[in-house]
Ligand binder design. Structure first.
Ligand SMILES: Nc1ncnc2c1ncn2[C@@H]1O[C@H](COP(=O)(O)OP(=O)(O)OP(=O)(O)O)[C@@H](O)[C@H]1O
Length: 295
């Protein structure tokens, strides 16, 4: 459904997109992840036909995104990374305008989404918080029930409750055989919704994986405080990656070997255990490093 073939756009020697290749099949959700400035929004702008590639192409439903830009923009549900609103409008005013431009008459889906995201539609957009504006953008992208959705960091600014509402919406759309590409910084969000994911770094796709494999490279760090020196030595002698952090306190890195970790802990007297979510970019860096070592 979405195809990117040899897509290149050179801003400078190191900045831009360099020979990107991936595809998203009909009914699949594709997560597009990578550090700041990696090229996610630039790829998305090409997919929406806002930018002309230097070489290669991208297509949606068989249509070249640059050559058929108007048609692509009309058909696709698009959420930009930064939404620009017209001055002096309310949420409802904006959504109605978008509907008119699309010649969409039914307001059923729009109102359903307003209700779901608990949006105060009569509030002027200039008085809205970032999260509220993001809700307006999400509703505008979904309300005409498009077959393809291209979403640039859709949960940015949403509170945890609304992030859940959004994730449920994605899962529901997936059930309806919609094709979705979304960029994100949240590994959890991608993990919960996507069938496959592409990792971009410095304008190059460094990994293209199904989520199963990506999950296996995700590490978690546990801080464990044990009661005795013996317990501590017991953990240090295991095959797990460990680091002493203080008095009877160890950091244990767990990556796909949870069972071994749990068994080890069951043989110790644990006083305190905590886990901190690993920073997304850290996961990626580890992933790139591992790949480079393998090569
Ligand atoms: N029109 C442009 N002209 C020149 N350089 C650009 C242009 N658009 C983007 N860039 C540069 O290309 C790189 C990729 O930018 P892009 O916005 O695609 O990154 P991103 O992955 O979406 O980042 P973020 O996660 O921060 O939103 C950045 O270094 C950016 O400064």
């Amino acid at each position: 459904m979405i195809q990117v073939k040899g897509l290149s756009k050179r801003f400078t020697k190191e900045k831009g997109l360099f020979d990107l290749n991936f595809e998203v099949k009909r009914g699949e959700v594709f997560g597009y992840i990578g550090p700041n400035g990696a090229g996610k929004s630039t790829t998305i702008r090409h997919l929406m036909g806002f930018m002309k590639p230097d070489s290669g192409y991208s297509s949606i439903d068989g249509m070249d995104c640059w050559k058929n830009a108007a048609r692509i923009q009309e058909k696709t549900g698009y959420l930009p990374g930064e939404i620009v609103f017209l001055e002096g409008m309310t949420g409802l005013g904006f959504l109605s305008l978008v509907q008119k431009m699309r010649k969409q008459e039914s307001i059923k889906r729009r109102d359903e989404l307003i209700e779901r995201f608990q949006l105060d539609i009569n509030s002027p957009i200039r008085k809205m918080s970032k999260g509220m504006k993001q809700k307006v953008g999400i509703i505008a992208a979904f309300m005409h029930a498009p077959q393809v959705l291209i979403l640039d960091e859709p949960t940015s600014g949403l509170d945890p409750l609304m992030q859940r509402v959004f994730i449920d919406l994605i899962l529901e759309e997936k059930q309806n055989n919609k094709t979705i590409l979304m960029s994100s910084h949240s590994f959890q969000e991608i993990e919960r919704t996507c069938d496959s994911a592409g990792i971009i770094k410095d304008g190059k796709l460094v990994a293209l994986e199904d989520m199963h494999l990506l999950r296996r490279v995700q590490r978690r760090i546990f801080e464990v405080k044990v009661k005795s020196e013996d317990d501590m030595n017991h953990i240090l002698q295991s095959s797990l990656v460990t680091e002493v952090k203080g008095d009877r306190t160890i950091h244990v890195t767990v990556q796909g070997n949870d069972q071994e970790f749990v068994q080890l802990l069951s043989r110790c007297e644990v006083q305190h255990i905590d886990t901190r979510p690993q920073d997304l970019e850290d996961i990626f860096m580890h992933y790139y490093d591992r790949r480079e070592v393998e090569r």
